[in-house]
Every structure is written in C-alpha cells, then in structure tokens.
Design a protein around this ligand. Structure first.
Ligand code: HPA
Ligand code: ZN
Length: 344
C-alpha cells in the first residue's frame, strides 16, 4: 500500500488524460489539432513553463459542461485513491474557462458534484482552491473573485498560477486583500521560474500560508532561514520541475537539500497527465533518484497533512493513520528473515 498522503498542488485541468480529452472532444463537437491519442501524447515534450501552458490551455477547450468537469475530477480522484491520497486540495483556473464562454458556475458546480461524492466513493477529503492567472490583469482577477462570490461555500483558498516571469505577486495585492476579507485562505506559485524575490513578495504582500514550488528560494539564504523559522510549507512537484526544465534530471532535484535544510517540503504532481505520473509515482521515483530514507519519505507525508487546510480532528485522524502505516511497514520488514551465516 502506498504511504497515506495529502496532495496540495494539483491543477484539475492538468489531470486531463489524452483519452478523456478525445472522448470529450467528440461528445462536444470540438476539433483537436492532433490525430489521435498517440500523437497527442507525443506532443507532451516541453522546453519551459510557457510551452506547457500553450498546450494545457489549448486542450481545455474540450471542457464545456458541468458533466465534463465532474468526469474530469472523478477521473483524478479515482487515480489519486490508488496513489494513497487521503486528502486533496485541488486548484482550478476559472479564467481559462470563462474566457471561452463557459460560466464559472458550470465549472464550480461540475467540480463540486465530484468532490461531494469523493469521501464516500474514494475515501478522499477535498478542498477547492481558485487560482488567478497571473498573466491576466489584476482587474480580471478581481472580476473573477466577484463572479465566484455566490459559490464561496465551496472554495477554501485563492492561488496564483500561469506564466510567472514578469508577473510578480505585487500585481495581485488588492485581490488577495479582498479574498482575505471574504474569509478565504491564500497560497501562490512563486520561485518556479521566477526569482526568490517573488517568494518574499508572496509572503509579505499577499500574506500566503504556503508557497507552490518555491524551488528558487534556495538561491537566497535569508529566505530559506525565514521559511524554516516560520514553517512555511513548499508544495514541490519533482516530475513537473524536470519536464519544464527547471531542474535537469530527477537526480539533480533539490528536494533532499530542502529537507536537509529543514524546509517543510511536500511532494505533489502538479499536472500529472502531462508530466509522466501521479503523486505516489513522484514520491517513489524521487526517493529512489535521491536516495531518500524511509524516515524522509514519512516526513514528506507528515508534512503534507500538517501543511493542509484540514480541520484539526481530520488532520489528527490522518496523522494517526500515517503512524499506523509506518508501524505496519516496519513490522513487515522486521519479519523478513535475513540469513545470518551459512555454515560451509
Ligand atoms: N506553474 C504555473 N502555472 C501552472 C502550472 C505550473 O506548474 N500548472 C498549471 N498551471
Ligand atoms: Zn502548479
């Protein structure tokens, strides 16, 4: 059984597998510029964040109805259950849909229908995080938050994603202030391709509680010291970092250095349909590439629950489940008999 964990950095639109994309394209009469699943999958080779975003936004065009969003989220939850995910905090990008004429209510109600069934169907508790596209204007972000107000009972937090460089957090101070007034919590992508200064801004100006990615914090000792001291979680996505060429190979990934520095790192899948694997695959492949100890792998899982927006009783229940998983895995490995000496 995979280690129980929370997934805190997952774009639901990034879980759109080629097979589902073609099925929805056919159902909705949308032309995709690819001649089948194989050709589409072959297009999943990226030079940087922007080259990925171009395909990610293009493929979203197949998502049109509430049912489409429900099926998208259900497909993710079903896969996540098999990866040991017990809690998922799911990003969505309303502006990528409203810009195509899809109502924000269609998006939120469609996702919401899947999330309502998630605990009973998959044993996964969920939260929804509304992300603003940082390469759109601050006014567009404010209008998006206003349009989401009738659905706030479904939304836990706001986030910030899309093309990072040239779109610093300072651009979104007002919309984050408004989100706080509405009782929403806050996270932001920072330090993925953008500099460490964007991480400082996200903390000081947007008052976020977690940093998504945060890789480039390692370039700034004073920033690392602050993240450690204040126990600000980083939602790290190893496969994404390699596929978008933020890191050369998995063996070069700084996750182990992050843990050694005392950072509250978690492992996540970001856009698993595009980056070659879901969250447990990220964890196990990265652990193997970096030689992470069992202890470090359990620390990552514990961090994921501690960094989540769960209520305290549920958090405690998951942490107890994690501890029981560890005890069971230790007694399993202790019961494997090792030949001590073989008489000649
Ligand atoms: N970074 C920024 N925006 C995104 C990402 C990402 O990794 N995935 C989907 N939107
Ligand atoms: Zn992301």
């Amino acid at each position: 059984m995979p280690i129980p964990k929370a997934e805190l950095h997952l774009h639901v639109e990034g879980t759109l597998e080629p097979e589902l994309a073609f099925r929805l394209a056919e159902r909705n009469g949308v032309e995709l510029p690819f001649d089948g699943v194989e050709e589409l999958r072959a297009a999943y080779r990226f030079d940087d964040l922007q080259s990925f975003l171009d395909l990610y936004y293009r493929l979203m065009d197949v998502l049109r109805t509430e049912r489409d969003f429900t099926e998208l989220a259900e497909a993710y939850l079903e896969r996540a259950a098999g990866q040991g995910v017990r809690h998922a905090e799911i990003f969505f990008d309303p502006q990528a849909h409203t810009a195509r004429g899809v109502d924000i209510g269609t998006v939120i109600n469609g996702l919401g229908a899947a999330l309502d069934r998630s605990e009973a169907a998959y044993g996964i508790t969920t939260r929804l995080i509304l992300c603003f596209l940082r390469d759109e204007s601050a006014e567009s972000a404010l209008a998006t938050l206003a349009a989401a107000e009738p659905y706030l009972d479904r939304i836990t937090a706001v986030g910030l994603d899309s093309a990072e460089v040239g779109h610093p957090p300072v651009k979104f101070v007002e919309v984050y202030r408004r989100a706080r007034e509405l009782g929403l919590r806050a996270v932001a992508h920072a330090g993925e391709e953008g500099p460490a200064s964007y991480v400082w801004e996200a903390l000081d100006l947007l008052e976020v509680e977690r940093i998504d990615h945060g890789l480039r914090c390692l370039e700034d000792e004073e920033l690392v010291a602050r993240l450690v001291r204040e126990r600000i979680p980083l939602t790290v996505c190893p496969f994404s970092n390699v596929r978008l060429r933020c890191v050369d190979t998995l063996a070069d990934h700084p996750l182990r250095r992050m843990l050694d520095a005392g950072l509250v790192a978690t492992v996540n899948s970001d856009d698993p349909a595009y980056f070659g694997g879901y969250v447990d695959q990220n964890l196990t492949a990265t652990a193997a590439a970096l030689g992470l100890t069992e202890d470090q792998q359990y620390t990552l899982a514990r961090n994921s629950f501690e960094a989540s927006f769960l209520d305290e009783p549920t958090r405690a229940r998951y942490l107890a489940e994690l501890a029981a998983h560890r005890e069971a895995s230790e007694s399993d490995s202790a019961s494997v008999s090792v030949p001590v000496s073989v008489p000649a």
